[in-house]
Design a protein around this ligand. Structure first.
Ligand code: HGY
Ligand code: MN
Ligand code: MN
Length: 396
């Protein structure tokens, strides 16, 4: 059987309907939401129709298993709160299409909570042994819901954890989520390595008070602490970072978040990423010492939440060669080797087996936004590269 482009695109558009945001092609399908669970039930049905054995594990990772030893392919189908239709979904549907179109031993997976509602690439971290399930169950989202409570509605579907020993390797197809391919006009990225990440919540606690009667010099203002901390780390990172290093304060909660009240508490996410493990450590040291310095200066209390992180990983050379061979065949001269600034489940799976990652372009480099998109003909080019690579890897 050959790749059926229309079936591939139709399944991508069907998956997009689960949690459709109503803004462009965007989706809101966070881990364990009704839309996420419904999407996974539909994926399980499509896997069964493809001749694969669907299996949910206790975390909600969904596998479509081939008989015996197989190559694992896939990604994730949960999304960011304001997500794109392709982030994760592309890799799951591309894997399904290659599995059902070729008679090769290929299993398919949609990992759970790659987008880290409860942490960082949580589902594949637990499956790969990087995170203990009972510890993970006490992780909370920004609303204070625990992972244990969130995953409870899926337990009727859950069977045991899938044995990774049946897989010979893992290949993930994903959108780049950045500008490199879009700007260069290349159609394919063969990923060389994935950056490392650190992520934690920091809390400054001062004194809530009246915004009119509290003189500036008497305030213990938690937002002023956050503002000073942010300016200081931006300055102190200057001699440590490279143009590829990134750091983000993406979620800020001020309490009580009212115009006429001096904020007594600032709770914020602090995330940083780089390809060099030593640089991640140096940045952590700057973050911790600067936060303590600001807290001392402004007479505030300081709390660091538990830090989650993943180390930078290199992609398998042999699997990369197969992807390069596929790219040169399908898009000669229009592919490149490149690092991944985004995190992927492949990082966790690399604990267990050889892994590789293939990129399709993102229009204007946009992702983690309802506007995320890729030309459908470019999605099909990526699918054909994947098929070519897998066919050469699994040649009978
Ligand atoms: O944040 C990431 O890199 C991934 O898209 N979750
Ligand atoms: Mn993703
Ligand atoms: Mn993402």
């Amino acid at each position: 059987m050959a790749i059926d482009e229309n079936r591939f695109l139709a399944d991508l558009h069907t998956l997009r309907e689960f949690g459709a945001s109503g803004v462009g092609k965007g989706v809101t399908r966070p881990a364990y939401s009704q839309a996420d669970i419904a999407a996974r039930r539909w994926l399980a049905m499509r896997m069964q129709e493809a001749g694969l054995q669907p299996q949910f594990d206790p975390v909600g990772n969904l596998f479509g298993l081939a008989q015996g030893s197989s190559l694992l392919m896939g990604s994730h189908s949960d999304s960011q709160p304001e997500g794109g239709w392709l982030d994760g979904a592309l890799g799951v549907i591309a894997a399904l299409e290659v599995a059902r179109a070729t008679d090769r031993p290929i299993s398919v997976v949609s990992f759970q909570d790659e987008e880290g509602r409860f942490g960082v690439t949580t589902g594949s971290a637990i499956w790969s042994g990087g995170l203990n399930l009972s510890q993970a169950d006490s992780l909370t989202d920004h609303a204070g819901v625990t992972l244990g409570a969130a995953r409870a509605p899926m337990q009727d579907l859950a069977q045991g954890f899938v044995d990774p020993g049946q897989f010979t390797g893992f290949i993930e197809m994903h959108i780049e989520q950045g500008p490199s391919l879009d700007e260069s006009g290349d159609l394919i990225g063969v990923v060389t390595d994935i950056v490392g990440i650190r992520d934690m919540v920091i809390t400054f606690e001062g004194q809530q008070n009246h915004a009119g009667t509290t003189p500036m010099h008497l305030r213990r203002d938690a937002f002023q602490a956050l503002s000073s901390f942010n300016s200081l780390i931006n300055d102190r990172f200057r001699n440590v970072v490279t143009p590829q290093t990134v750091w983000t304060i993406g979620h800020v909660g001020l309490h009580p978040n009212a115009s006429s009240i001096v904020p007594g508490r600032a709770r914020f996410s602090m995330q940083w990423r780089d390809g060099d493990a030593a640089r991640l450590i140096r940045m952590e040291d700057i973050i911790r010492t600067t936060a303590q310095e600001v807290a001392d200066q402004l007479d505030l209390n300081l709390r660091f939440g538990s830090m989650l992180g993943l180390e930078p990983v290199a992609m398998d050379q042999g699997l990369q060669r197969a992807l390069v061979q596929g790219a040169e065949h399908v898009a000669p001269g229009h592919w490149r080797r490149m690092p991944s600034g985004a995190l992927h489940d492949a990082t966790n799976v690399s604990r267990l087996m050889p892994v590789a990652l293939l990129f399709a372009p993102s229009i204007n480099g946009i992702s983690h936004d309802f506007a995320e998109d890729t030309a459908e003909e470019d999605l099909v080019v990526g699918l054909r590269v994947l098929e070519r690579a897998v066919s050469s890897l699994l040649a009978p």
